[in-house]
Design a protein around this ligand. Sequence first.
Ligand SMILES: Nc1ncnc2c1ncn2[C@@H]1O[C@H](COP(=O)(O)OP(=O)(O)OP(=O)(O)O)[C@@H](O)[C@H]1O
Ligand SMILES: [Mg+2]
Length: 243
Amino acid sequence: MKNEKPTTELKRGLQIELCDVHKFYNQGQENEVHALKDINLEIDPEEVVCLRGPSGSGKSTLLCLMGCVFGPTSGRAAVGGLQLQRMPDEYLTRHRRETIGFIFQHFNILPRLSVEQNIVLPLLPLGISPSQQKQRARPLMERFGIIHRKKFKASQISGGELQRLAIARALILDPPIILADEPTAHLDSSRSHELMDYLVDLRKDGKTIVLTSHDPLVTEHPVVDRVIDLKDGCIVSGGPPCS
Ligand SMILES: Nc1ncnc2c1ncn2[C@@H]1O[C@H](COP(=O)(O)OP(=O)(O)OP(=O)(O)O)[C@@H](O)[C@H]1O
Ligand SMILES: [Mg+2]
C-alpha cells in the first residue's frame, strides 16, 4: 500500500456507518466471545447517541469499534470517512488520532504526569515542539478551568478536575467524533450534570458524540438525540434490530 491515507467517501455524509458487523474476541479458540452480532447502524454528523444495555451486552466493544481501536471481524464499518475492515493497524492508529477523541472509562490518565503533560500526550507522536504543545494545551486548560493546576500531578487533583482533564485531552487534536465510555460512572450527581453541560457545549462545536451509559441522567438528557439498546451483542432498539 502507498503512503497516502486510504479514504472512502461516506455514504450520504454519514459520520459512522456499520453494516452487518460482527466482532469476535479470540475467534476459533476455546474462549471465543461473539461480542457484536449483525450490527447495522448509521450515525449522522453532529448527532449525540447513547448506547445502553446490561453489563457484557457489547457497549464498550461497539464504542471501541467506532473508535477504530479494532476493525470488525466481518461486515463493513466506516468511521469518519475510512472503511475499517482489513485496514492495517498503522492506518487505524493514525485515523483514530485524527478523528476520535476518547474519554476513557476510569479516565486512563497517567497519575505521575502533570495535568499539562497528560493533555498533550496525544500530540507526542506528531513531533510537535514542546512550546507548540503548550500553546495548544493552554486554551483547553482555560476553557475547562484547570489552568491553575497545570503543573500539578494528575494524582493530586480533584475528581471533577480529572474529569475536565480527560475532556481537554480528548479535544487536543480537535477531532470531529467524541466517544465516552460510562462518562458519569465515577461522578456524583453534580459532577455528572457538569459533564453533561460540557457535552452540550461540544455538540454546539459541531462534534458527533457517542456515549455508553445506563445512568438516566445521561440517557434522558435533552442533549442525547437517540438511545440505542444492546442485549447480548445485538441492537434491540434505536437502530435496525438483529435479523
Ligand atoms: N478483550 C476481550 N477479550 C475477550 N472477551 C472480551 C474482551 N472484551 C470484552 N469481552 C467480552 O465481550 C462481551 C462484551 O463486552 P463489553 O465490554 O463490550 O460489554 P459492556 O456492555 O461494555 O459491559 P459493561 O457494562 O460491564 O462495561 C463480554 O462478554 C465480555 O466479557
Ligand atoms: Mg463497558
